[in-house]
Design a protein around this ligand. Structure first.
Ligand SMILES: C[S@@+](CC[C@H](N)C(=O)[O-])C[C@H]1O[C@@H](n2cnc3c(N)ncnc32)[C@H](O)[C@@H]1O
Length: 474
């Protein structure tokens, strides 16, 4: 080790968490010194010659391409200029940028930044060969040399996890991203293979839920993870997380922003805490009425087609989405509770279902362009929302013409009006979630008032949930 390297090592006291366990009131945690920037630059300079071959062997070029196609299909960045601007942070040899060029038929202007001169030299040759207009720059992702609100898409693959404080780099990436722009981060996953990467490179390893927390922490909306469909290695090694920078007009300032955020957060966290607490029990509890559940699945599947894009909100532990998955192209399934989503992702992994992405999100925070989905499922959820009218109107906007909204809803106003009085007490004590009381007729009026026509209605018995398929005009 040279004197300069020894000095780096002494100066860098930043650490990366390796393990953390509670034993009663004791927390035992193991940390490891992070590699400093000069150490990282040297290591990547040394790795540069074989880098392209290594990641090709692991299947990353194809996996990146497929991932990016999926991200852009779910919602391409809203661009201003004729030629969208893209930044690849930690561009390496250019694998992610080349994959974007194959996945996105829109000609874009690329900027790439890296701390390793050898990686940059290789990226220059590779991107030049593939005809991409690219400007490469030697620099650190924690101090980006670009102006605020410059790029339509900012991405990085396997860079942030090297940093003891990834938040510093993420804040920079969000700063240079335009409002409405997309950020995509591929990160090392908390798996056995991820541990191998950590041992070699001292990286953080994250679960999808942690990755989403990183992006949300830097102010991105609709942060959600996608797993790599291609190749067992990529799926085990990496998780991709996507978020959108909120448009300027929704980023209120000053006191109004603070008050609104606090109110929303406290309501949401109360609800998320309730569902987190019951998630394990909920996953194990048997279905109350198997015959009715089976019939609702059957009727829903009569409306599904293999080319459909579907959203399920309030997906719980994901059982229904996983049953419908073989009948459609793709399902985005969202839930407010990180614990529910963790269980759902475990089920998807165990059953090897690749076309459902589970995300922590409320329907209020979930943003996609209008007319994105062919079908939206909201099962056992409308009576749990404070603002069912606004949600129904939002579902109507998100559906393509001719799309269907499949709902199953407890209409307590028909049989248990008194719940209006006792429900809030139970919710206050944390025994039940907040439940809104309305009749079946009121629900149907809300749906038709938003522009839906009722295509199918069924109630298995008095006091049972009302099952409705509502259609948006073609
Ligand atoms: C695992 S490689 C990934 C390269 C490329 N994104 C890919 O997927 O093939 C990580 C890259 O991040 C760069 N890097 C690490 N820390 C960085 C920092 N603080 N600022 C900029 N680049 C960094 C490394 O030099 C390396 O090229």
């Amino acid at each position: 080790m040279t004197a300069a390297a020894r000095a780096d090592t002494r100066r860098n006291e930043e650490t990366i968490p390796v393990l953390s366990r509670w034993f009663g009131s004791w927390q035992i945690s193991l940390q490891r010194r992070a590699l400093s920037s000069p150490e990282l630059a040297r290591s990547y300079d040394d790795a540069a010659a074989g880098w392209g071959r290594t990641i090709a062997r692991l299947g990353f070029p194809a996996a990146y391409e497929r991932l990016l196609r999926g991200v852009l299909r779910d919602g391409a960045p809203t661009t201003t200029g004729v030629r969208p601007r893209v930044l690849d942070c930690g561009v390496g040899t250019g694998a992610l940028s080349s994959a974007l060029a194959r996945a996105w038929p829109v000609p874009f202007r690329l900027d790439g930044l890296d701390i390793s001169p050898q990686m940059l030299a290789r990226a220059g040759r590779r991107l030049g060969d593939s005809g991409l207009e690219a400007t490469l720059c030697h620099g650190d992702v924690r101090r980006l040399p670009y102006g605020d609100n410059t790029f339509d898409l900012v991405m990085s693959a396997h860079v942030l996890e090297h940093l003891a404080e990834p938040r510093v780099a993420l804040d920079e990436m969000v700063r240079v991203l335009r409002p409405g722009g997309l950020l995509i981060a591929c990160l090392t996953r908390r798996t056995a293979l991820g541990m191998y990467v950590h041992l070699k490179w001292r990286t953080h390893r994250v679960t999808p839920t942690e990755a989403e927390g990183w992006l949300r922490g830097s102010g991105l909306a609709d942060a959600h993870c996608l797993s790599f469909d291609d190749g067992a290695f990529c799926r085990q090694l990496s998780v991709a997380c996507v978020g959108r920078k909120p448009p300027e007009d929704v980023r209120l300032s000053g006191v109004a922003f603070w008050v609104q955020r606090r109110k929303q957060r406290s309501m949401m966290s109360q609800s998320a805490r309730f569902w987190d607490r019951v998630a394990e029990r909920y996953a194990k509890s048997p279905i109350a009425d198997e015959a009715a559940y089976g019939k609702k699945l059957q009727v829903t599947q009569d409306y599904l087609r293999p080319d459909m894009e579907v959203l399920e909100f309030g997906c719980g532990t994901g059982s229904t989405a996983l049953i419908h998955a073989p009948h459609v192209k793709h399902i985005r399934a969202i839930d407010i509770s990180p614990k529910m989503i963790e269980i759902a992702r475990g089920k998807a992994d165990a059953s090897q279902v690749g076309n459902v992405s589970f995300e922590v999100s409320t329907i209020d925070a979930f943003e996609v362009p209008d007319e994105t989905f062919d079908a939206v499922l909201g099962l056992s959820i409308l009576h749990l929302l404070a603002n069912k009218e606004a949600v129904i109107a939002k579902v109507h906007r998100m559906l393509k013409p001719g799309g269907v909204f499949v709902t199953s809803t407890a209409c307590l106003g028909d049989t248990m009006k008194f719940f209006k009085l006792i429900g809030p007490i139970g919710a206050f004590l944390g025994l039940i979630p907040i439940v809104k009381v309305f009749t079946r007729q009121e629900l149907e009026d809300s749906l038709t008032g938003a522009g839906f026509s009722i295509d199918h209605r069924w109630q298995p018995g008095k006091g049972k949930a009302v099952f409705i398929v509502a259609k948006k005009a073609a």
